[in-house]
Design a protein around this ligand. Structure first.
Ligand code: 5AD
Ligand code: SF4
Length: 493
């Protein structure tokens, strides 16, 4: 079968604007024509699917990709049938990389026998030079390869692929331009992420993020507030402010800002306060907070604004001072516990969630016991536990005291036991309370049930009609199931 082609004039693009949103809009418009012609000739729409791995930031990036693809005219489809399949990758742990190669292998045959099909891979993994070498030699059938700094250029990249017929690889080592406000498509109408900053300067010694997402860049308050107001007008009730470390918001702005000129001390607490003033936002969340610099001012803003959800993600990583030092976390076990106590005092019932790494190089039995004892005393609502993964290029990968797999496995199982037991105990404080629940979707397992979240991020399943999706309704949390509840829709309390 011949691959679909338009007349040659379509591929001449000298008139493309030199950069920014205009250039991307130019390519979006070009591709609109392509899609329309395709439909006229074949009688069907070209379709896409995006598979996303990793964190909230990646899911938010995928919404931006979806927005551009839908604007072009691609229709969403299942990955088994889609013409354009994009994988937005994560590289924080090695098994995330292996997963991608598995998916590509499965698609190879279909790609090689379908001339109009395209495979795209993008995001964090693409920022690793060894991955790109691998793709160039072993995965030549992948059509589009782009990094974390090229998301906004997806239309241009697709255009380049169809006009040259060759694999397109677009990777930058750092942010060359920042293009916001391209079309975006939210998964949920009533809630949205909102990037306030990009990148990370912390260089925790195990972590690859600073290398694949670049240095910290903060958007101006004007830019963020404008997007926030647009989202509010568009039906968003719950906003999640996103950054690798929101507490360092404002160290390096992407553009000039009058707000900053008038108030050079403006930082995350002020931004959060301004966001909370937008009346449509019934719920405001943020992630992630680094424990080294969560300020008293921020706690004040949280405690005075009732629409800030009483749920804070505060990754501890380890309970041992020696390991924290070697991780370059810049806080101690004692200062972390002090912060937890302060949060619990100032924000009654606050829910704290965390991330913990087991098996960091040099972790002794005593270090691990320190992590266990911290979990016992912290009273977490949820803890995400990870086995240390050696990431090439990070300082810890070069440490010569890596821990044996079987030692790690035993520690991991013990940690999981402690986490399950202690979070269950902590989450039991909501038993039989009636709390406002934002209804997110139909329950995936139980017919006639809905799934929602309290402001403490506790998941609740309850019977109800799907017309309630997107509403905040009172639900009695009657059956405690560990980290989640079964509940009943009730009258207002
Ligand atoms: N190995 C294991 N876990 C890691 N994380 C980050 N890097 C690694 C790594 N190399 C975990 C941290 C972080 C979370 C998002 O992922 O706990 O908070
Ligand atoms: Fe990674 Fe540390 Fe930055 Fe978080 S703060 S993204 S763990 S380097």
């Amino acid at each position: 079968m011949e691959s679909f082609r338009l007349n040659d004039e379509f591929y001449l693009s000298e008139e493309a604007p030199s950069g920014g949103i205009d250039r991307q809009q130019f390519y979006i418009n070009k591709l609109k024509l392509y899609i329309e012609e395709y439909k006229a000739k074949s009688g069907r729409n070209l379709t896409y699917s995006i598979e996303t791995f990793g964190c909230q930031m990646n899911f938010h990036d995928s919404e931006k990709l979806e927005g551009i693809l839908e604007n072009i005219g691609y229709k969403k489809a299942d990955s088994n049938t889609a013409d354009l399949i994009i994988f937005n990758t994560c590289t924080i742990r090695e098994n995330a990389n292996l997963k991608l190669y598995g998916h590509l292998g499965t698609l190879k045959k279909r790609r090689l026998t379908s001339p109009d099909m395209m495979i795209g891979i993008c995001g964090c993994m693409m920022q690793e030079p060894t991955v790109i070498e691998n793709i160039k030699t072993k995965y030549k059938y992948v059509d589009l390869v782009f990094g974390t700094f090229n998301f906004h250029k997806v239309a241009e990249i697709i255009f380049k692929r169809i006009s040259t017929g060759k694999q397109v690889i677009e990777i930058e080592k750092e942010a060359v331009e920042n293009v916001e406000n391209l079309p975006s498509k939210r998964k949920y109408e009533f809630k949205s992420g909102l990037n306030i900053m990009y990148g990370c300067n912390n260089f925790c010694t195990y972590c690859i993020v600073p290398y694949v997402r670049g240095r910290e860049r903060s958007r101006t308050p004007e830019d963020i507030l404008e997007e926030a107001r647009r989202l509010a007008a568009d039906g968003v009730k719950e906003i999640m402010l996103l950054g690798q470390n929101v507490n360092s918001y404002g160290t390096n702005f992407l553009a000039e800002s009058d707000i900053i000129k008038n108030n050079p001390d403006y930082s995350f607490p002020e931004l959060l306060d301004d966001i909370c003033k937008i009346p449509e936002f019934e719920r405001v969340r943020f992630m992630t907070s680094h424990p080294k610099d969560l300020s008293d001012k921020l706690i004040d803003v949280i405690s005075k604004n009732k629409n800030v959800c009483r749920s804070i993600h505060l990754p501890v990583q380890s309970g041992s001072n020696e390991i924290l030092r070697r991780m370059n976390r810049k806080y101690t076990r004692e200062s972390y516990i002090e912060l937890l106590n302060k949060l619990k005092d100032r924000i009654p019932d606050v829910s704290i969630t965390t991330d913990i790494i087991v098996g960091f190089p040099g972790e002794t039995d005593a270090d691990f016991e320190d992590t266990l004892s911290l979990v016992e005393m912290a009273g977490y609502d949820q803890a995400f536990t990870f086995i240390y993964s050696k990431r090439t290029g990070t300082p810890a990968a070069g440490y010569d005291d890596q821990i044996d797999d079987d030692v790690i496995k035993t520690r991991f199982d013990r940690l999981l036991d402690a986490v399950n037991r202690t979070t269950k105990e902590r989450v039991s404080r909501f038993k039989d309370l009636t709390l406002p629940v934002l209804v997110e979707e139909e329950d995936k397992d139980m017919e006639g049930y809905l799934t929602g979240k309290t402001e403490y991020s506790t998941t609740v399943h309850f019977k109800g009609d799907k017309s309630l999706i997107g509403e905040i309704v009172p639900v009695k949390l009657s059956v405690h199931k560990g980290f989640y509840y079964l509940g009943e829709l009730t009258e207002e309390v």
